[in-house]
Structures are given as structure tokens and as C-alpha cells.
Design a protein around this ligand. Structure first.
Ligand code: SF4
Ligand code: SF4
Length: 335
């Protein structure tokens, strides 16, 4: 089974338009949208979702207000500023009442389950004026470290798995597609990418299909590495600009590090032919291959507006460019 990953050093270079066209040209590939932070292959391929599953990853702390005694230990111990004390005048809880009437008997220090006087001092310093008794955790700031859960003397903090998004198995006009949506601020996108890839492989095995096309994320971070690892080939899409050349170099270093055969395709090459030449020269020096050039053409925007892959528009020169790149990739994959 071959896995072709289409990636780019930065977003907006046109890799999803190219992936959608490759899907149309291949006809029988399994598609995997691994750009889970900003997936958009579905906008072109209009998938029909057949199955969806929650992506649970990491944990988040949630205070059970009916159990919390307002001691403030979680606020004192959270290194990420995720715990907030709310002003709740008139809503005194047990601990606040204790402090309001504190006669300095020392019993809290002696009976503290955490067994440290420092905790008691932190409770007093940070959270425990008699009229400030309610504590909440901001789920977007919580890093799921679990320190507050361990610290809470009355076990008032739940620690459920975090609902971080969803992933889907769908049908498209060009074959099955696995894709996902990461919740805003959701972390561990690399794990979600791996889930999408694993599922795509499983479907390919079940259906005896021998090609997976992966729309990878931009950049060089964890989700990109998760998209690339073990792939047969990477097509890196870039633009003829300084930032395009710079980001391409970083991706080429990454693919070289993982020993993945790389091809480079320059999108909108005719906007800066000199820079295109420079990029191609550098690419070859770095041991990668040139897959081809794709011209700037308003037909790409027309295709996007119509929810079509560029090659679905008939006789457009830009579509022919993409076909040339596809043929070059197929030549290598067929070897
Ligand atoms: S789990 Fe960690 S990050 Fe989250 S609120 Fe508790 S101490 Fe703070
Ligand atoms: S440590 Fe526990 S009891 Fe103390 S304020 Fe936090 S949740 Fe409430």
C-alpha cells in the first residue's frame, strides 16, 4: 500500500486544491484529511458522513461545587492560572465560615490530609477570605496536569477525559474519506492525525485499495510528523516567495530527517519566475525532486466556489499542470 502525503511549509499554498484534484485523478484512493486543526478538504469533496466518533484526549479538571469547601489550595497550586476565585459574597461555604470564626486552634494544620502547613498558609493567603468562597476552573487554561486533583483535601475535583473533537468516516464521489475536527484550542492534534491515518489504512486494507492520499497539515510540527511518518512519498507544495522558499527548506530538512522521498511543486510559479528557478535549484541541491509547476489561474477560485476539484473543470490549463504533477508522482510510486 502506498501513502502519498501532500504538505507545505505554510498554510494557503494550495495543497488542498491539489489533493482534491489528485483524488479525482486517482479515482480509487482512500482519502485522509490530516490537517485536523483547519481541515477543508470536505469543502471541495462534500462528504456524506457515515460514522462519527468523539476524540477524547488528555484530561481536564472540574470542581464539584457541592463538595468544594473553598479552601483555595487548587488556586495556590495551579501553575497555569486555570483556577479562578469568584466573588460570592453572601454564599459562604463551610470553610469560609470556619475562617471567619477562626480561633487559631491549629486543628486544620494537624488534620490536613495533604500533611503540610504550607498548604494551610497558601489557603489563607490565596483564597480564604470569608466572603470569597467559590472556585472554578477555566477549561481552556487547564493543562490537565492533575496537581489540583491531588491537592484537593476533600476530593472535590473530577478529572474526566477531555472532549477534544470528532473524527469521521465518510463517502465522497472519489472514494472513502477519513477526516476530523479538532475543537478550538484542542491539543494533541498529532494523536488525532494518527487516528485518521490508522483508520484510513484499515479501510484501505478492508477494501483492498492500494493508495492513500493524505492532505497533511502545514508547517513542521507534531501533526506534520504524524502525517509523514512511514509515508511512501511527500509532495511539498510551495509558492515562489521568500517565505515560501524559507518554509520549504524547513520541510525538506524534516522529510530528509525521516528519510522520506520528497517532490516539490511550485504553485503560482509564473508570479515570480526567477524565484521559481532559485527554489528549483535549491530543491535539487537538497536531494529532492521537482514534480512540476502550476500556474496562477483564476480557474482555481472558480473551482472552489463550485465545490469542485480544479481538474473537474474541463480544459483549464491549470488543470493540465496538476495532471502533469500527478503523472510525475505516479511514475515514482509505480516503481
Ligand atoms: S489540572 Fe493542573 S492545570 Fe488544570 S486546573 Fe488542575 S492544577 Fe491547574
Ligand atoms: S482544593 Fe478542593 S476544596 Fe479547595 S477550593 Fe479547590 S476544589 Fe475546593
Amino acid at each position: 500500500m502506498k501513502e502519498i502525503v501532500i504538505i507545505s511549509g505554510k498554510g494557503g499554498t494550495g495543497k488542498t486544491s491539489i489533493t482534491a484534484s489528485f483524488a479525482a485523478l486517482a479515482g480509487n484512493a482512500i482519502l485522509a484529511d490530516c490537517d485536523v486543526d483547519a481541515s477543508d478538504l470536505h469543502l471541495v469533496l462534500s462528504p456524506i458522513i457515515n460514522a462519527r466518533e468523539k476524540f477524547l484526549c488528555g484530561h481536564e479538571a472540574v470542581i464539584r461545587q457541592d463538595v468544594c469547601i473553598g479552601c483555595g489550595a487548587c488556586l495556590a497550586r495551579c501553575r497555569f492560572g486555570a483556577v479562578t476565585r469568584l466573588e460570592t459574597e453572601g454564599d459562604w461555604n463551610t470553610h469560609s465560615r470556619v475562617l471567619a470564626n477562626c480561633s487559631d486552634c491549629d486543628i486544620c494544620k494537624r488534620s490536613c490530609s495533604v500533611r503540610t502547613n504550607q498548604v494551610i498558609q497558601e489557603m489563607i493567603d490565596t483564597g480564604c477570605s470569608p466572603r470569597e468562597s467559590s472556585f472554578v476552573i477555566d477549561p481552556t487554561a487547564c493543562e490537565g496536569c492533575g496537581v489540583c486533583v491531588w491537592t484537593c483535601p476533600v476530593k472535590a475535583i473530577d478529572f474526566p477525559e477531555r472532549d477534544s473533537g470528532e473524527w469521521y468516516i465518510s463517502d465522497t464521489r472519489y472514494g472513502p474519506m477519513v477526516h476530523a475536527r479538532l475543537n478550538p484550542g484542542g491539543e494533541n492534534s498529532g494523536k488525532l492525525v494518527s487516528k485518521v491515518r490508522e483508520t484510513a489504512k484499515q479501510i484501505a486494507n478492508d477494501q483492498k485499495r492500494d493508495l492513500i492520499l493524505i492532505d497533511g497539515p502545514p508547517g513542521t510540527g507534531c501533526p506534520v510528523i504524524a502525517s509523514l511518518t512511514g509515508a511512501s512519498l511527500a509532495l511539498i507544495v510551495t509558492e515562489p516567495t521568500l517565505s515560501g522558499a524559507h518554509d520549504l527548506n524547513r520541510v525538506l530538512e524534516l522529510t530528509a530527517h525521516f528519510g522520506i522521498r520528497s517532490f516539490v511543486c511550485i504553485n503560482k510559479w509564473d508570479l515570480n519566475p526567477e524565484m521559481t528557478e532559485q527554489i528549483e535549484t535549491e530543491t535539487v541541491k537538497k536531494g529532492a525532486s521537482i514534480a512540476g509547476r502550476i500556474r496562477y489561474d483564476s480557474a482555481v477560485t472558480r473551482a472552489q466556489i463550485q465545490n469542485k476539484a480544479v481538474v473537474e473543470l474541463h480544459d483549464e490549463p491549470v488543470g493540465k499542470d496538476i495532471q502533469t504533477v500527478w503523472r510525475k508522482i505516479c511514475e515514482y510510486v509505480a516503481k
